[in-house]
Design a binder for this molecule. Structure first.
Ligand SMILES: NC(=O)c1ccc[n+]([C@@H]2O[C@H](COP(=O)([O-])OP(=O)(O)OC[C@H]3O[C@@H](n4cnc5c(N)ncnc54)[C@H](OP(=O)(O)O)[C@@H]3O)[C@@H](O)[C@H]2O)c1
Length: 477
């Protein structure tokens, strides 16, 4: 697969995602390809000249550490802006054709919707109605999560997309899938027989996936109060991680085969038992104000800022193994980890040493802040006595390989090359909502937890052998 000269059209070009993530990633990618033809066309409702837009992009590039002179030259040659309103897509169409003609492009186009979800429907419809969904070359549509607000809206969004675009043209972004550790999870599992042979109900006692945010809701309450922790993190990011941990080896290494296996995991998830779900909402502690006091949070809001749950994947590999999922805001640290807890030895010669140190072996996959793995195993402490320590066998991406590319760089390269492996397919989105819709429909009231803690105490009753993230699994000491 290779990239070809193309026009990269960004809707929502004046937004945060464009300046912080997309443009720095595209700058690096387009420079490395050095095709000299590819162009970015920013699109927005704001009235901006090309030059004014370039100034914002230059600033964003400088903030991300790019050389000022180089960024200025690149912007002058490769960045344009077009204003749109609902009525003037024909003007956008003409602009696209003009830019393509000027640059000798053959009609390859990416339409990236860096937009709030409320704008997806009108923009996708307008692209379709103005015959921008197809061109002389290839056309690709990129949609940022959230893919729907619930099962019905996800189905409606997919139906709308498919009215104008084939699934093979659609790239639904869950940026977690662009992280090295997430992709390496598949290499780790399927290239190392030592792990894959242990990767089942016989050897694994439980799996935990925690996405912990230290930040409170900050200025996102307008969106967050209508969404909550389950929609914001569990239905998408955490479920994506779950599918990669639990999936079978694909028949081939290609987008369809990998995504087929992910969908099978989702289809095997048993109905979630509602008494295995705990909701929380943070209350004031230290510097952090209560969730309910934030601007934009509805009075008496019951939006959960924390969710923990136990689910089961009812298939041959995972029967009986609990998967513990947890996410929250205003927790003690910012971290994303998958922990795989192995079973204890069936018989222990060291049972009289059974202390906290002598426990289950745990594999910790860290996605943030520092991508890497730790396998926590027992070793004998030097000395006359038979003392056992838990120590990590560790691998840290940055230590071994230096700077790791941002997830968006990986994902944008794949979009340009037309590789859909790391993107969420329509049936994956719907299968995931099918799992969580009954949970969303259930009655609940979140339990209060103090900001800076690991959530409501009731969550401890869900995790069979205790939550691993935030506990000390093993240390270098
Ligand atoms: N920011 C991030 O780090 C991040 C990370 C992951 C995912 N995302 C997702 O990426 C998308 C964009 O995020 P963002 O933070 O860049 O959002 P944003 O800054 O709030 O909005 C992006 C742009 O969309 C345009 N827009 C706003 N409302 C619109 C409407 N009703 N119709 C048409 N255009 C509208 C605005 O530009 P104009 O007024 O000029 O049209 C705005 O600058 C969202 O779906 C978000 O969930 C963002």
């Amino acid at each position: 697969m290779s990239s070809e000269p193309h026009l990269f059209v960004i809707f929502g070009a004046t937004g945060d995602l464009t300046s912080r993530k997309l443009v720095p990633a595209l700058y690096k990618l387009l420079l490395s390809k050095d095709d000299g033809q590819s162009v970015i066309l920013g699109v927005g409702r704001s009235e901006l000249t090309d030059e004014a837009f370039r100034a914002t992009i230059r600033e964003a590039l400088q903030e991300s550490g790019c050389d000022k002179k180089h960024a200025t030259n690149w912007c002058a040659g490769s960045v344009h802006y077009q204003q749109v309103t609902d009525e003037d897509y024909s003007q956008l169409r003409r602009r696209i054709e003009n830019v393509e003609n000027e640059r000798g492009l053959t009609g390859n186009r990416v339409f990236y919707l860096a937009l709030p979800p409320s704008a997806f429907e009108p923009v996708i419809s307008a692209l379709g109605e103005h015959e921008l969904a197809t061109s002389r070359g290839w056309t690709r549509l990129v949609i940022e999560k959230p893919f729907g607000h619930d099962l019905a809206s996800a189905r409606a969004l997919n139906a709308l997309v498919h009215r104008y675009f084939d699934e093979a043209q659609v790239f639904r972004i869950d940026h977690y899938l662009g992280k090295e550790t997430v992709q390496n999870l598949l290499v780790f599992r399927f290239a190392n027989t030592v792990f894959e042979s242990l990767w089942n109900r016989d050897r694994i006692e439980e799996v935990e996936i925690t996405v912990a945010e230290q930040l409170d809701v900050a200025n996102r309450a307008g969106y967050y109060d209508g969404a909550g922790a389950l929609r914001d993190m569990i239905q998408n990011h955490i479920t994506q991680l779950l599918t990669l941990v639990a999936m079978e080896a694909p028949a081939k290494w290609n987008a369809e085969a990998v995504r087929n296996e992910k969908v099978k995991v989702l289809q095997a998830i048993a109905p979630v038992e509602l008494d295995h779900v705990v909701y929380g909402q943070y209350e004031a502690a230290g510097e952090v104000d209560s969730y309910s006091n934030h601007d934009g949070v509805a009075a008496e809001s019951t939006t959960p800022t924390y969710v923990a749950m136990r689910i089961h994947v009812d298939n041959w590999r995972w029967q009986g193994v609990p998967f513990h999922l947890r996410t929250g805001k205003a927790l003690p640290e910012r971290t994303t980890q998958v922990t795989v807890t192995f079973r204890r030895p069936p018989v222990s010669f060291f049972s009289d040493l059974a202390t906290e140190a002598f426990d289950r072996d745990v594999l910790v996959l860290t996605l943030q802040p520092d991508e890497g793995f730790d396998l926590c195993i027992d070793v004998k402490h030097p000395g006359d006595t038979m003392d056992i320590d838990k120590i990590p066998l560790s691998f840290d991406y940055a230590d071994r390989f230096g700077v790791v590319a941002d997830a968006y760089e990986t994902l944008l390269a794949d979009i340009i090359e037309g590789d859909q492996t790391l993107f969420v397919r329509a049936d994956e989105v719907e299968s995931s909502w099918e799992v969580f819709q009954p949970v969303l429909d259930s009655e609940f009231s979140p339990e209060p937890y103090a900001a800076g803690t690991w959530g409501p105490a009731a969550a401890d009753e869900i995790a069979v052998t205790g939550w691993k993230t935030g506990a000390s699994n093993c240390s270098e000491d």
